[in-house]
Design a protein around this ligand. Structure first.
Ligand code: ADP
Length: 220
């Protein structure tokens, strides 16, 4: 989340940055030294403002030519910002249950943790499956004793689980939530255990995380 907040702040320009933007719009392409002269400041004093304006995408810079106004619209800038956010910036902590637990245990955990999806893990926190509200509802409808019904019988299991990686762009992960019509993706890191590759569960990406990101973008 910190990256995104920092990046969004770039769009909230200081009065001096707004003046620089105006100068470049009027006189660009223009060198940093020429801008500094117009403001009666040293080139060094402008360095951070120019860096902010170029990193935010408002200004472009070409060597030996100078700064120019990119003419990017705010929507394009927001798309650019979203493009820099990765799953680790917005994910929640993982809520997991061991594969030895019952359907009853999973239902209790869902209430205690106030979540709609629980990741089922083996010893060591490795991904085995995922259970949703409807999986558990369905399991309760079979007339079996849910205290004795293993959660593994209700879950969707590997390799059918749609995953996210911490360094994956959040936009790509959000598209997976939509295209696979699921509410959450386990965030995993691949680890080698003896000869097999396993997925260590390090987080949870939910539709709520995406909604929160949307709100943060509007409010910062
Ligand atoms: P609900 O079932 O409560 O509507 P979901 O839409 O998230 O919640 O889940 C729909 C189905 O997809 C369930 O059977 C669930 O086990 C499965 N599921 C949930 N998340 C994933 C995921 N990340 N990858 C694969 N299957 C999933």
């Amino acid at each position: 989340m910190y990256t995104i907040l920092r990046q969004v702040n770039y769009i909230e320009l200081s009065p001096r940055q707004i003046i620089i933007l105006d100068i470049v719009k009027k006189f660009g392409p223009i060198t940093g030294t020429q801008i500094a002269e117009k403001l009666s400041l040293s080139r060094a004093a402008l360095r951070s403002d120019l860096a902010i304006l170029t990193m935010s995408g408002l200004l472009g810079a070409r060597p030996r030519v100078g700064y120019y106004h990119t003419g990017k619209k705010p929507t394009e800038l927001i798309a650019g910002i979203i493009g820099t956010v990765c799953v680790a910036d917005v994910q929640s902590r993982p809520i997991v249950i061991r594969e030895t637990c019952s359907v009853y245990d999973a239902i209790v955990m869902m209430f205690i943790e106030d979540v709609g999806t629980i990741v089922v893990v083996s010893e060591g926190g490795f991904l085995e499956g995922i259970v949703s509200r409807k999986d558990l509802l369905k399991a309760t409808m079979g007339g079996k004793n849910i205290n004795e019904l293993p959660v593994t019988l209700a879950m969707t299991r590997m390799p059918n689980i749609i995953l996210a990686a911490p360094d994956e762009p959040v936009l790509r992960a959000a598209k997976k939530l939509i295209s696979h019509q699921v509410d959450a993706l386990p965030v995993v890191q691949m680890v080698q255990v003896e000869d097999t590759e396993k997925f260590e569960v390090v987080g949870r990406l939910t539709k709520t995380n995406i909604t929160q990101l949307f709100v943060n973008l509007a409010e910062t």
